[in-house]
Design a protein around this ligand. Structure first.
Ligand SMILES: Cc1cc2nc3c(=O)[nH]c(=O)nc-3n(C[C@H](O)[C@H](O)[C@H](O)COP(=O)(O)OP(=O)(O)OC[C@H]3O[C@@H](n4cnc5c(N)ncnc54)[C@H](O)[C@@H]3O)c2cc1C
Length: 456
């Protein structure tokens, strides 16, 4: 039986396609990377179906590319060597919310929007860390790329919030990770060898995650935004240090855009949250005082009247800070997410402006401060998808940004194939060898999202 008929046997005709029209969509994403080529798409509904599909792919040596929302933007879900796209969106059940033990157990295709709305309706005192990505992004896809959400400055990366996982290995076996391997509760992934690390950050090259337990956090009743602005970017590391040192923010991001003119400053956007009104007032007062005489001169200014539209935008969960996504016509958007040490922010800021101007683009930044010791520094580029030259320019700008990130001692987050190559070139050879061995052990046939983390 051919691969298509075998897939239909497993998942039924309605959830399998080899039509060119469908495959066109599954062969690209909305970032600036070249399209790939998918031969089949299948949307499994159960873990048993995933197992059968993986076994089929393995027996025929057909590549598999797992896909969540497909919104990582760096072609991580674009098949590089053809084969099957495993679209997880039909595995969309929220299986359990354990309020007392503060976790949600979900299937891998549950979207950010679905979980958010479900919690709002049924568990209004709890929240999960929500990225600014479109709501169709999956919670699992985000966790698997070390994503970050609206409470990450306070609680850490979303990949730190894993309570357990169920994974289908490339051999077709099912593995459970964390307390769920011992008992019914999915409340912690430790203390035991951290097997989640075999799947997080690997871009689907080591297995298919089918279930995820994600931690939930208190949802304070009150939230407010206060904003500051400065033109002295050398003050930013100290400002970030001091804001985070006080340990009172829920979210904290920096934004700047060269256009319109009023946005052409470094804005520090601080979200404070609390269960009591007095708590909020105290936090606001403390932060306003902090910057009053910052650095011996009045160079970080409190934004007295934040436009109500912006206030709402920043307070929304997720906030809509990445204005750049719609800045130019054509709908294309990709960014180098540089995880940088805080002290490198000014150097990256200057380099980013240089790169944007080199490629005749308008510079636009959104950075989120993560736990106080690092920043997700976004070198953002929007482009016209109908304009080949514009796309080429964007690719070059991304490459320059990736190089700058590494030169500054930063890490490239969710990098495209070319970025992964740069990282591997710079990596300690023993570390690269270990990556190769782990991949080889779990996926000896090399069928899992080939082209990613390719150690040669
Ligand atoms: C405007 C905009 C704003 C954004 N803001 C943020 C932000 O604030 N924070 C943030 O973290 N991200 C952000 N992103 C990036 C990205 O959209 C998110 O991280 C998103 O959550 C990724 O999830 P996804 O479901 O789209 O993953 P996908 O792109 O589908 O997948 C990501 C990777 O995981 C693999 N994968 C997916 N599902 C599985 C599975 N079940 N098993 C094994 N491997 C799997 C894929 O093969 C791929 O390698 C933003 C994107 C945009 C467009």
């Amino acid at each position: 039986m051919n691969v298509y008929d075998s897939l239909v046997n497993i998942a039924g005709k309605d959830r399998v396609s080899e039509s060119q029209a469908d495959l066109y969509l599954y062969s690209r994403d909305s970032g600036a990377q070249p399209p790939g080529h998918a031969d089949y798409v299948v949307l499994p509904k159960t873990v048993e179906e995933v197992q059968k599909i993986v076994l089929l792919a393995s027996s025929r040596n057909v590549p598999i590319t797992p896909l969540g929302g497909g919104l990582a933007l760096s072609a991580l879900v674009v098949p590089q060597s053809g084969g099957i796209v495993l679209d997880m969106k039909r595995m969309d059940q929220i299986l359990e919310v354990d309020e007392m033990n503060r976790y949600a157990l979900i299937e891998a295709g549950v979207s950010q929007g679905t979980l958010r709305e479900y919690l709002k309706r049924n568990h209004p005192r709890l929240q999960h860390s929500t990225p600014e990505a479109p709501p169709a992004a999956t919670v699992t896809g985000n966790v698997l790329i070390h994503g970050h959400g609206h409470i990450s400055p306070r609680y850490g990366l979303n990949s730190d919030m894993i309570g357990g996982m169920e994974v289908v290995l490339p051999s077709g076996e099912i593995s459970r990770i964390g307390s769920c391997a011992l008992d019914k509760k999915w409340f912690t992934k430790g203390p035991m060898p951290d097997l989640a690390g075999l799947f997080v950050g690997w871009y689907g090259t080591t297995g298919i995650v089918t279930k995820l337990s994600i931690k939930l956090f208190p949802k304070p009743k009150f939230r407010e935004v206060i904003a500051f602005k400065t033109d002295d970017i050398d003050l930013l590391p100290d400002a970030i240090f001091e804001v985070m040192y006080l340990d009172m923010v829920e979210d904290f991001f920096l934004i700047m855009q060269e256009k319109p003119d009023w946005m052409n400053h470094a804005f520090l956007v601080v979200i404070v949250a609390g269960h009591f009104k007095e708590e909020i007032e105290l936090k606001k007062r403390v932060y306003k005082n902090l910057f009053k005489e910052f650095g011996g001169k009045k160079s970080i200014e409190f934004v007295e009247e934040l436009h109500p539209a912006l206030e709402k935008r920043f307070l929304d969960v997720p906030p809509l800070a990445a204005l750049a996504a719609d800045f130019r016509k054509g709908g294309g958007f990709q960014y180098t997410g540089a995880i940088l040490p805080v002290d490198k922010v000014p150097a990256a800021w200057r380099k980013g402006i240089e790169i944007a101007h080199k490629y005749t683009m308008i510079c636009s930044y959104v950075h989120q401060v993560l736990l106080g010791n690092s920043v997700m520094f976004g070198f953002n580029y929007s482009f016209n998808r109908a304009d080949k030259q514009d796309i080429e320019k964007t690719r070059m700008a991304l490459e320059d940004s990736n190089r700058v990130t590494l030169e500054l001692g930063g890490m490239i987050w969710k990098g495209e194939k070319a970025a992964q190559k740069l990282v591997l070139e710079q990596m300690d050879p023993n570390t690269a060898e270990l990556i190769k061995r782990v991949k080889g052990l779990l996926d000896p046939k090399g069928i899992m999202n080939p082209g990613n983390w390719d150690v040669v």
